[in-house]
Design a protein around this ligand. Structure first.
Ligand code: DGL
Length: 277
């Protein structure tokens, strides 16, 4: 039985990447309570099949609902690409049709029309997100004049998860994918970081990207979109508790989460271990 009292806004990611989304959201909407869940024990999701990403995400969202959330944001592009639609259409009506799950691909696609002059856009993301073609489909629906090129960056998530984002070794992998996407379409003037881990590689991304190409990282845009969503949906907003607190959950070792979360949040956090599945 799911509770009806106001609860925190849930933010889910396969691991640490969603912390960049949580950070952006808290900057703009600090008044709400948040419950962050990282499925670190089963990350990365990027190379996993549609069915597996769907099942893992479904378990996580249900747990966040059971823990009191009325609204859950999938702070993970891979989960947004592979699981969001099915959860919204098949699971939510059975669990509780008044609860909501939102993804982060649509809000990113919505703003891209304002951020490109050349109408050539690049997407860097995990293999799963690129293969799903979600960005191309969403952007084409909204802006049929924009040409989208995607490149998967398989080693970028482990570089971040293993705290190697600033190491000299990371240069090779970042340069390789930046060169690849700019070769694919030299007219690109805006690149979407379509994986929530990638903002941690920002210094190196900027180092290898030609000047004049804009980097679009999702945190601030997802936050703007959530703010507007809550304004347009007062019945959901009033069920989001306003205690300005954050609680963190991980399926991995909490000490490990704490250490890595510091890289993303620049502060120490209290973390609780949970088991999914
Ligand atoms: N942070 C996830 C995303 O935005 C990817 C990490 C993973 O591969 O698990 O796609």
């Amino acid at each position: 039985m799911l509770s009806n009292s106001p609860g925190p806004i849930g933010i889910f990611d396969s691991g640490y990447g969603g912390l960049t989304i949580l950070h952006g959201i808290r900057q703009l909407l600090p008044q709400y309570d948040y419950l962050y869940l990282g499925d670190n024990a089963r990350a990365p999701y990027g190379p996993r099949s549609f069915d597996v990403v769907y099942e893992f995400t479904r378990q996580a969202v249900l747990r966040l609902f059971e823990m009191g959330c009325h609204l859950v944001i999938l702070g993970c592009n891979t989960a947004s690409a592979k699981a969001l639609r099915t959860i919204q259409q098949n699971d939510l009506p059975k669990w509780d049709p008044t609860r909501r799950v939102l993804g982060i691909i649509r809000p990113t696609a919505e703003i891209i029309g304002d951020l490109t002059d050349s109408r050539h856009v690049g997407v860097l993301a995990t293999e799963g997100t690129i293969k799903s073609e979600s960005y191309n489909l969403e952007i084409q629906k909204l802006y049929p004049d924009i040409q989208v090129s995607g490149v998967a960056c398989p080693f970028w998530v482990p570089l971040v998860e293993y705290n190697e984002a600033d190491s000299p070794g990371a240069d090779y992998f970042v340069k390789k994918r930046i060169d690849e996407i700019m070769r694919k379409d030299p007219d690109i003037d805006a690149i979407i970081l379509g994986c929530t881990h990638y903002p941690l590689l920002m210094p190196k991304i900027l180092k290898y990207l030609p000047t004049g190409v804009r980097v679009v990282s999702q945190g601030e845009y997802v936050a703007e979109s959530l703010k507007s969503y809550l304004e347009r949906h007062p019945q959901i907003e009033k069920r989001c508790a306003q205690g300005a607190g954050v609680h963190y959950l991980t399926t991995e070792n909490p000490d490990k989460f704490k250490e890595s979360a510091r890289l993303f949040l620049h502060e120490d956090v209290e973390v609780e271990n949970i088991t999914l599945g």
